[in-house]
Ligand binder design. Structure first.
Ligand code: TXE
Length: 451
C-alpha cells in the first residue's frame, strides 16, 4: 500500500489519502536534510533567530486554518485546537530567542584558552503520536532548528495533516528547502529508519512506553541519544484540608480533556478517606456538566476518541469495573465515549494501566504517607496534582511524588518556558523550558595553546 486513509473521528467518514513513504523516500528526505543543515548551521545566529520568528508569524496567520484541520483530522474541540495552533507559534517565538543565547563556557587552564561550543547534532528525527499532533511536534522541531539542526519529522499515521501544513508554512516563511522535512508513513518503516539511519544523529520519540522502549534500544545500538515522552497514570491527590469544591470542579478537565488521550491525564483520583464521599458528591455534577459533542462548536469540552479500534480498547477497560457514574456523549457515527468514573482498588487493572480515554479511577487513602505511597504505586511518573490548603504538606508531598511535572491546587502541566518530561517508565530527558535548545546540542571543548 502506498497510502493510508484518514477518517474524521467525529463522523467516522473517510476523507483523504496520505502517502505512505518507503525506506528509499525516507532516505531521500534525510539526505536533503543533511545538505540543508550544513548551510543552516553556518548562518549567523541572528539569521536563524529571524527565520524562526518569521516561521512563528506565518503560523500565527494560519491559526484558524491549522485549528480547523485538527478538528477534522483529530476531533479536537475547536477551542482547544486554536490554543494548540497558537502554542506552536509561541514555541517557535520562544525558540527564536535561543540561537543568540547558546553560549559556551570559558574555563581557566594553564598555557592557553579553553572554551566550549554547543554544536548541533546534525539531523534530528522526531516521531510524533496522534494525541497532540502539532504541539508535540513543535516541542521537538522548534528548539532543534534553533540549535542549528535540520529536522525530519514523522507524524502519526492517523493525524498527519497539521504537520504537513506546518512543513508548507515553514517554506512560505522562508525556511530553506530540506531543513524541515515531513515524512508521512508507518512507524515500523519511517520511524525505524530514523532510528537506524546513520545520518539521523538524535531521536525524539513521543508515544507508548512499549514502542518507546524499542526505539531506545535501537538508538542504543547506534549510540544515538534519544528523548522519550511516554505513557502516564498520573495521580490527582485530594487531601481532607483541600478546597473540595475547587478540586472537584477541576477534576473532569484534568482527565477528560482531549477525551483523556493525554499523557498527563490525571487518571487516578486519590481521595483522603474522611472526605471521599463528599468529594464524589461534588464530582458527579461536575462530570455531568462536562460537554461532549461536536468538536466544531465553541462550547464543546470534549470530542470523540481518535479511532474505532481505540474506542474498543477504552471500552475493554470498563469490563468488570464498579462504575460510579458517567457523563453524556452523542449517539450516532463517530467514535463517541461517555466519560466514566470508576471506583477502584490499587491492584485493579483500571488503577494500573494507561487507558488513554475518558475514564478515571477513584481510590481512597488514609493519611499523607498512604497518599504518597499510592501515588507512587505505578510504573509511570509523568505528572500529578496535589490539592491541599496546607503549605508544608504541599511542599512535602510535591518532593515525595516521583513525577516529572506536578502542580499544587491546579492541573497545569505544560508551559513552553518550563521543563516537561517524565520519570520512571514515563520517559527520558526533558523538553521545553529554558534549556530546550541546548538539549539538541553536544558540547565540544577546544583548547588553544598560547605558549
Ligand atoms: O502509539 P505508538 P499508538 C499510548 C496510549 C495509546 C497507545 C497506542 O496508551 O493507546 O500508546 O498508541 C510511531 N519505530 N500512547 O499506537 O505505536 C508511530 O507511527 C519507530 C501514549 O499511536 O507508540 C507514531 O508516530 N516509530 C502516548 C508514534 O510512534 C514507531 C501518546 C507513536 O505510536 C514504531 C501516544 C517503531 N517500531 C500513545 N512503531 C502518551 N502518553 O502521550 C510505531 N511508531
Amino acid at each position: 500500500m502506498t497510502s493510508f486513509t484518514l477518517i474524521n473521528p467525529a463522523t467516522g467518514r473517510e476523507f483523504r489519502e496520505v502517502p505512505r513513504a518507503s525506506v528509499e523516500e525516507t532516505d531521500a528526505a534525510i539526505a536533503r536534510a543533511v545538505v540543508a543543515q550544513r548551510s543552516w548551521a553556518a548562518l549567523p545566529p541572528v539569521a536563524r533567530a529571524d527565520a524562526l520568528r518569521s516561521f512563528a508569524r506565518v503560523v500565527e496567520q494560519h491559526v484558524e486554518e491549522l485549528a480547523q484541520l485538527e478538528v477534522l483530522n483529530s476531533g479536537h474541540p475547536i477551542g482547544s485546537a486554536r490554543w494548540e495552533a497558537s502554542h506552536v507559534a509561541q514555541v517557535l517565538n520562544f525558540s527564536a530567542g535561543a540561537p543568540e543565547r547558546l553560549s559556551g563556557q570559558q574555563i581557566p587552564v594553564a598555557g592557553g584558552l579553553d572554551v566550549t561550543f554547543h554544536e548541533p547534532y546534525g539531523v534530528v528525527g522526531i516521531i510524533v503520536p496522534w494525541n497532540f499532533p502539532m504541539t508535540i511536534a513543535s516541542w521537538g522541531f522548534a528548539p532543534a532548528l534553533a540549535a542549528g539542526n535540520a529536522v525530519v519529522l514523522k507524524p502519526a499515521e492517523l493525524t498527519p495533516l497539521t504537520a504537513l501544513r506546518l512543513g508548507e508554512i515553514a517554506l512560505e516563511a522562508g525556511l530553506p528547502e530540506g531543513l524541515f522535512e515531513i515524512v508521512t508513513g508507518s512507524g515500523s518503516v519511517v520511524g525505524q529508519r530514523f532510528v537506524t539511519h546513520p545520518d539521523v544523529r538524535s531521536v525524539v520519540f513521543t508515544g507508548s512506553t512499549e514502542v518507546g522502549t524499542d526505539v531506545a534500544a535501537g538508538c542504543a545500538r547506534q549510540l544515538k541519544p534519544v528523548t522519550l515522552e511516554l505513557g502516564g497514570k498520573s495521580a490527582n491527590i485530594v487531601f481532607d484540608d483541600a478546597d473540595l469544591e475547587k478540586a472537584a470542579a477541576a477534576a473532569p478537565g484534568a482527565v477528560f480533556d482531549n477525551a483523556g488521550q493525554d499523557c498527563c491525564a490525571r487518571s487516578r483520583i486519590l481521595v483522603q478517606r474522611s472526605v471521599y464521599d463528599r468529594f464524589l458528591e461534588l464530582l458527579e455534577p461536575a462530570v455531568a456538566a462536562w460537554r461532549v459533542g461536536d468538536p466544531s462548536h465553541d462550547d464543546t469540552d470534549m470530542g470523540p476518541l481518535i479511532s474505532a479500534s481505540h474506542r474498543a480498547n477504552v471500552e475493554g477497560f470498563l469490563e468488570g469495573t464498579d462504575i460510579a457514574f458517567r457523563g453524556a456523549a452523542p449517539d450516532g457515527d463517530g467514535f463517541w465515549f461517555a466519560p466514566a468514573v470508576v471506583l477502584a482498588q490499587p491492584d485493579d487493572r483500571i488503577a494500573k494501566e494507561e487507558v488513554f480515554g475518558p475514564v478515571v479511577a477513584v481510590l481512597p487513602f488514609d493519611d499523607e504517607a498512604d497518599g504518597i505511597r499510592l501515588a507512587n504505586d505505578t510504573i509511570y511518573g509523568l505528572a500529578g496534582s496535589i490539592w491541599t490548603e496546607n503549605l508544608s504538606r504541599a511542599v512535602r508531598v510535591s518532593r515525595a511524588v516521583k513525577s516529572g511535572v506536578l502542580s499544587v491546587n491546579s492541573h497545569s502541566s505544560v508551559r513552553y518556558w518550563t521543563p516537561f518530561g517524565g520519570m520512571k517508565a514515563s520517559g527520558l530527558g526533558r523538553e521545553l523550558g529554558p534549556d530546550a535548545a541546548e538539549h539538541f546540542t553536544e558540547t565540544k571543548n577546544v583548547f588553544f595553546a598560547t605558549d
